[in-house]
Design a protein around this ligand. Structure first.
Ligand code: P6P
Length: 357
């Protein structure tokens, strides 16, 4: 379709996004966001402002993550435990504060929810501006890896608010199914710093170039491999998994799949997005409903993987993005990755599950 023709997300569905770039010239995140915005009839720059705020926060957090070993911000924060019962790392607290600060800038966000905060936080309007979005995030997922210099990540989800824009945000703004996300993404603070996001028209990745301080388009229109040869699960819980999960894991081993598990969900999912594979966090005795959080871990990563051609379900075979949340920090089980591998697991669950599905 001619670049000048405007498209609404429904027209785009999962078709490849309009390419706002050509050739190999450097395209910054800002430029990409602004040029992509032109393809949305309803976009009024609000979502653009939000995504740019998140890009700024990512650069600030990246600066501190990269020198975490040099300054006294490693180790447990004085503030104690977070929602997940993890001892808060000082960098967690720092990342949380910076994300909230940056999301206040554009005035497009009326409230945020974070793994680090018990309840959602109202964001005061900027002047008379009415804000139409809420943002949920895990500011630094996998933070227990910071002290051992393993990759960590930020995960974010953006929704349009349901409540009256002239009033405060409400709980219902946050308790929306993942299918209602208008954008989702992650920042991976690894060997390089990568920001990957989707607005429902494909997935694109941007690598931070420290020499110019810009995220530059490096992974255009990411597509997950249909199949893979690695599985990602905490094998240490094997004996505590349900029969159907143990049978599937045995099958992976019989097929000589490699086991790759970093213990940082963003890192494991990013690898799977690039190389293919499947990531599993089933129920365990310690986490009977699963450990990972639906709203700010599983939903955004599921939107990314689905937009790249993959699948994401819980171990009751329900599509993650269709789960209607009932509480902010709700946990869920998850199986996510290459569609052929998720389908194979589904067959094992249907065959071996003792419970009616
Ligand atoms: P386990 C990190 O704490 C995290 O939330 C995810 O990033 C990661 O995939 C998972 O928990 C690891 O959990 O129980 O295997 O240590």
């Amino acid at each position: 379709m001619a670049a000048s023709a405007k498209k609404t997300p429904s027209q785009n569905g999962t078709t490849a996004p309009a390419s706002p770039i050509s050739g190999n010239r450097i395209v910054t995140l800002d430029e990409f966001i602004i040029r992509s915005e032109k393809d949305f009839d309803y976009a009024t720059g609000e979502l653009t402002g939000l995504l740019r705020d998140i890009g700024v926060a990512a650069k600030i957090v990246n600066r501190e993550v990269n020198k975490a070993g040099l300054v006294n911000i490693i180790g447990v924060a004085d503030s104690g435990e977070n929602q997940s019962g993890d001892m808060q790392q000082k960098l967690d607290v720092y990342a949380n504060e910076k994300l909230i600060e940056c999301l206040k800038n554009s005035g497009e966000c009326c409230a945020v929810a974070s793994e680090e905060n018990d309840d959602y936080i109202q964001i005061p309007p900027v002047g008379s501006k009415k804000s139409h979005y809420i943002v949920m995030f895990d500011p630094l997922d996998g933070s227990s890896n910071i002290d051992v210099n393993v990759s960590v990540g930020t995960i974010f989800a953006i929704y349009r608010r349901k409540s009256d824009p002239s009033g405060p945000a409400t709980k219902e703004d946050f308790l929306q199914a993942g299918v209602k996300q208008v954008a989702a993404g992650y920042v991976l603070y690894g060997t390089s710093t990568l920001l990957v996001y989707t607005t429902g028209r494909g997935v694109n990745g941007f690598t931070l170039d420290p020499s110019i301080g810009e995220f530059c388009l490096s992974h255009r229109n990411m597509r997950i491999p249909e199949n893979g040869s690695t599985y990602s699960v905490n094998q240490g819980y094997y004996s505590k998994f349900d029969l159907e999960m143990r049978r599937y894991i045995d099958n992976c081993s019989d097929q000589n799949y490699g086991l790759r598990y970093i213990g940082s969900m963003v890192s494991d999912i990013h690898r799977i997005l690039i190389q293919g594979g499947i990531f599993l966090y089933p129920s365990t005795r310690k986490y009977p409903k699963g450990k990972l959080r639906l709203l700010y871990e599983c939903n955004p990563l599921s939107m990314i993987v689905e937009q790249a051609g993959g699948k994401a379900m819980n171990t009751q075979l329900k599509r993650i993005l269709d789960v209607v949340p009932t509480e902010l920090h709700q946990r869920c089980t998850i199986a996510i990755g290459s569609p052929a591998m998720v389908d194979e697991l589904k067959a094992f669950i249907e065959r071996y599950s003792a419970l009616p599905l």
